[in-house]
Design a protein around this ligand. Sequence first.
Ligand SMILES: O=C(O)CCC(=O)C(=O)O
Length: 255
Amino acid sequence: MPATSAIVDQLIDGPGFVLIPRLIDASEAAQARSRALEVAASPSGATFGKFNEKIRQQHSRGLLAHGEIFERLVQHPAVIEIAEAMLGDDMTLGAYSARILYPGATEMGVHIDYPYWAMRGPFTLRPPLMVQVIWMLQDFTEQNGATLVAPRSQLRCAPPNREVFAREAIKITGAAGDAIISHGLLWHDTSQNHTEEPRVALLINYGLKVIRPLDSGIANVAPAVLERATPKLRQLLGLEYANSLSRDLTRGGLY
Ligand SMILES: O=C(O)CCC(=O)C(=O)O
């Protein structure tokens, strides 16, 4: 893996994304995939994200209620190191979900990520407000709905233009256990799933701690999850916010 500083350069001033290979092995990816499919099919999965008939996709939140594997993946050290180099070591989790593209799924629509899509602009590359991580829980192929990105589109600091995206987009294929890390301003989309199997990815939105989480229930986790939460998970859930503000005040020479 390249040095973290080189990855940060790629995310901000380069292509806007990196593909980090084999962060977990294929069997762990397969375990997370089958769990995500179970959650999506369960009544709670449907509550957190209903199947969208039009695009044949499902987006399920609330993963931290559904197994330790999701706790491990959201705090994978290699991912955390890169995201914190972009957002600071007090960054928090804005959302954590599974996106499932069922057979016949179409594009979801080109977009930039929250909070950028909720802002009116102007947008700036620095400081980055958000980093997205897409965990490939199975191979992403030309056929099964691999993520589409327009390299260097984050440099435009603008909402996406569909015609330009159609000309510039490339598909990111990879293997189960790889992760795509991207700047929140990168234009991206899902592609069509022409296979008979659902394509499953985990999506993580890490953000500056001062940004209101997209998922307002992100910290509403079961008592058992809280009891075993590492300091890193507590930070990600925003439970260390007051402590980090105290540190900010001290650093700023106040009190
Ligand atoms: O699942 C993917 O390939 C990308 C999905 C995505 O970018 C999103 O849901 O914001």
